[in-house]
Design a protein around this ligand. Sequence first.
Ligand SMILES: CC(C)(COP(=O)(O)OP(=O)(O)OC[C@H]1O[C@@H](n2cnc3c(N)ncnc32)[C@H](O)[C@@H]1OP(=O)(O)O)[C@@H](O)C(=O)NCCC(=O)NCCS
Length: 336
Amino acid sequence: MTPPALRAGRDEDAADFIALIGACWAEYPGCVMDVDGEVPELRALASYYAGQGGALWVAEQDGRVVGMVGTRPLGDDAPGAAWEICKMYAYPDQRGSGLARTLIDTAEEFARAHGATAMKLWTDTRFDRAHRFYENRSYLRDGPIRALDDLSRTLEFTYAKPLTGVVVRRLDAAAAVSAIPRLATVLAECVNAGAAAGFHAPLAIDRARATWKRAASQAALGEKILLAAWADGTLVGTATLDLDMPETQRHRAELHTLLVLPAARRRGIGRQLLRAAETAALGAGRTLLVLDTPAGGDAERLWRAEGWTERGTVPDWSRTSDGAPEAATFFWKQVG
Ligand SMILES: CC(C)(COP(=O)(O)OP(=O)(O)OC[C@H]1O[C@@H](n2cnc3c(N)ncnc32)[C@H](O)[C@@H]1OP(=O)(O)O)[C@@H](O)C(=O)NCCC(=O)NCCS
């Protein structure tokens, strides 16, 4: 069998599209397809997207379409700013091969080249495997569930992500839960590259996920604020503010887990996360911020450059996996 090759989708692929989408929907109970009643665009899909300024690609293997993706400008934001990923499908035997990743990367590249600054998509709430795929591609849940008045009684999640530049966002409960896979990757990669984040390396991805699952619940309860940073469409950094203080200290918060993936460092992302954390703290009525950081580490320069005050060093604050003591320096900053 030859490996699948990408090419532009054509209107004449209609029968293949209907077969592929029908097979994917059939994996989920209650998902039924009425082409002419509900998805008539499938009869001439390339023209449909081209007419809206978008595009369509297929992966073809031995003369058969085995994967597809489309994209189009949404036009509901600033002109050309947000584009949609549509009709992202691959047959089950193609999954895990990297084909879907290649397809979505191609669509994002096209959107970016045509002025997109953000991507959005709608996905059936039943398509749980697709959710993991989008979450690993740095898309997060965004806003309420959408109900379609269709034969399948479809409810859809919205997923979105910024596509260009460095963007920092505060995560609400739905976004925080959907960020777990990506945040776990950031945490595990940073710890395994030597970051002090309260874990010994190597940190297994399951433990990292469990950590963010807990943090997402705490964010939902208002005990934590979670921030995420994207660089050119990839979630590469995070910061956590702990708001859960004794009743005499509800004017303060602790900054934890400021992390940027090693490959994305020294681009100002840590600084942007730190500033966003300070703004978010103030918004939550917290005017005093405190953090501890490995004594003598590179991060100390960031705190000093951002006006944090050094408050001394505690020896034996943490221990390496061999039991060796490590000192921490404490910093504080009054905001507002
Ligand atoms: C600390 C950390 C979050 C900084 O992220 P970053 O995106 O690289 O930071 P920035 O690019 O915004 O750097 C801002 C400033 O911090 C200082 N800085 C950051 N990393 C530095 C380094 N390796 N060497 C020297 N200065 C450094 C510099 O002053 C830098 O400004 P400059 O690039 O204009 O000189 C990142 O290095 C990291 O994740 N480290 C591991 C985890 C960690 O130690 N977190 C802090 C726990 S409290």
